[in-house]
Design a protein around this ligand. Structure first.
Ligand SMILES: Cc1ncc(COP(=O)(O)O)c(C=O)c1O
Length: 366
């Protein structure tokens, strides 16, 4: 049904909807791909900000080697679109799930994260039963204190255990520096990220020294890749959210050189006071907790509160001309938790609707 809208202008569309400025997103994708290429790194973008194969394929056209995702059900969506090289940057636990991984190995080339032998053994057994072999990625704790095995000897011992097991083989090691994204002092941020990557690279070297092959060293997110991609020994970056370049990244993580490409198209539904307007797009259409949305192109309009179905703007100056029925664009503070609220992305070329993409990974939680 939505496809029949293609060609219409943004003004003609009902609100709220989630919009992509395709020119800007494509430019962001190209810039991220070139940034990695210039530094001799591979790009394996995390797809959690878009969960949409059509966008992943655009990233691969620009040079990405595959995708990073978080769940086996996500991986299945991307494999169904023809993408083979899929990192599941999460532990897969449970008999049904390891069997799903084994099935996926027939259609794609997934790499599954682990930080303990107890995750690897059942997965290897399922793969042996299915007659396939699966790549494993050891996740090392480089300071985030989320998942991740201790660096050094523990990492080496897990690599050796994987090496001895039929049904799996070691594809790489990774660490996520998520605790170092929001640092005010850029010099301190540089030093901290370099130290964290040093820990990862040191563990990698120990694995290589033991004679085990381990081709991939993966790290990085949008809030850090502009630093992490200069770290020696890192082979690939997982930064994904830069394609939308949300206010969270630009304001809190010092992301530079990329532009906002995502917006929520919203309508003014009430003007209870001269300095106040109410929009029809509350937190059921965008996620304001990490960073308030920004009103695009209207000076003097600022989001001051967001409830379930209402968004409150404070208006000053010319912004007070806003009237009931006017439509405006909100730049969501953080894309990841905004995307999953919507069924579709509406992709615009200028003002014209060019494409509607179902967000196929939405609800893929298993
Ligand atoms: C494992 C992992 N890699 C990379 C990222 C970075 O993703 P993004 O670039 O979209 O911020 C995250 C973010 O949470 C993550 O958990």
């Amino acid at each position: 049904m939505t496809q029949s809208l293609i060609g219409v202008s943004k003004q003609e569309l009902d609100t709220p909807i989630l919009c992509i400025d395709l020119d800007v997103m494509e430019s962001n994708i190209q810039k991220m791909a070139s940034f990695m290429q210039e530094r001799g790194k591979q790009w394996r973008p995390h797809q959690k900000c878009h969960k949409t194969p059509a966008i992943a394929l655009k990233q691969m056209e620009a040079g990405a080697i595959g995708v990073t995702c978080a769940k086996i059900s996500d991986a299945e969506v991307f494999a169904a679109s023809g993408i083979k090289d899929i990192l599941v940057a999460n532990m897969i636990v449970g008999q049904r799930k390891v069997e799903r991984v084994a099935s996926l190995c027939r259609w794609a080339d997934p790499m599954i994260c682990c930080d303990h032998y107890a995750q690897v053994e059942p997965l290897a057994a399922a793969c042996r039963a299915a007659g396939v072999t699966c790549r494993m990625m050891i996740e090392v704790n480089i300071g985030l204190d989320r998942v991740g095995i201790n660096p050094g000897r523990d990492t080496l011992e897990l690599a050796q255990a994987i090496d001895k097991l039929d049904g799996v083989y070691l594809g790489g090691i990774m660490g996520y520096e998520g605790h170092l994204l929001k640092m005010d002092n850029m010099e301190v941020k540089h030093t901290a990220i370099n130290e964290a990557m040093g820990v990862l690279v040191d563990s990698h070297q120990r694995i290589l020294d033991s004679g085990i092959e381990c081709p991939v060293v993966s790290a990085g997110g949008t809030g850090s890749y502009q630093i992490t991609s200069d770290c020696p020994g890192i082979t690939e970056l997982q930064a994904g959210g830069g394609i939308f370049a949300d206010p969270l990244y630009q304001t809190d993580c010092d992301l530079t050189g990329l532009d906002y490409s995502l917006s929520v198209w919203a309508t003014v539904v009430s003007r209870p006071a001269k300095e106040r307007a109410i929009l029809d797009s509350g937190r059921k259409s965008h996620f304001p907790d990490f960073h308030m949305p920004i009103v695009k192109g209207i000076e003097g309009a600022e989001v001051t509160a967001v409830s379930a179905e209402h968004c409150t703007l404070n208006l000053s100056g010319a912004a007070q001309d806003l009237q009931i029925g006017d439509k405006i664009e909100l730049i969501p503070g953080y894309a990841d938790f905004t995307t999953i609220l919507h069924e579709n992305f509406y992709g615009f070329r200028g003002d014209r609707l060019e494409t509607v993409w179902p967000i196929q990974g939405r609800g893929k939680l298993q």
